[in-house]
Design a binder for this molecule. Sequence first.
Ligand code: 6PG
Length: 239
Amino acid sequence: MNKSPNVYVQRCDDREGFYRSAVVTVSGKISASLAERGSCALALSGGNTPRRLFELLAEVKDIVWDDVHLFWVDERCVPPDHADSNFNMVHEALLSKISIPGENVHRMVVEDDSPSEAAASYEVQLKEFFGGELPVFDLALLGIGADGHTASLFPGDTALGERERWVVAVDGKHGIPAVPRVTLTFPVLNNARCAIFLVAGGDKKQVVDEILSDKDAAANKYPAALIRPQGGLIWFVVG
Ligand code: 6PG
């Protein structure tokens, strides 16, 4: 693993090695949080890349899920059983295979109200859980798009400049699928104890190389370059 201050980069040769390395790190972070603080709050990304990680995480025997709380970094505004739902992906790959109290699963409810109402409701939910303080996730698990977006923070969107709200709605017109979305904002993501980017696919190579060679220059182009969590950032990358 290459190391520079607070940023670790692990490049893997094959997909299964990538996922197996990532699951060791993620399960280690969960165990460390449980040992040190008695609980663990995870913020999960959607997309396709983390699915295999979640499948492997479900197989890790020594995680006691009773004190693990799951949140989402973003959600597409579709029903929770829709193939494009980020909750649905995590449900299929992880939740359906582990024993975790229902009240520990804090999904973004996006099917009942407008996206901005759903964002405001999720912020209330976060305030209740974190006692009104800016959330401190023990780990934020993130993905990146070939355009440099992360969570549902897309290049050029006004959401990138949000400093007050913790959760906002975006139109998602440049996303795949191009549906409205609800996303955590930078103040919350960057207050995490740790963030992990899981990056698989050659279409993201250029963006990742630019971010890792000069994150300040890349920050003008790619939202993912603005992820600078308080406690450290880990990149798992496979071609
Ligand atoms: C989403 C995301 C998004 C995702 C990236 C990478 O809801 O779409 O959370 O930020 O992580 O687009 O997605 P893939 O893993 O599918 O490439």
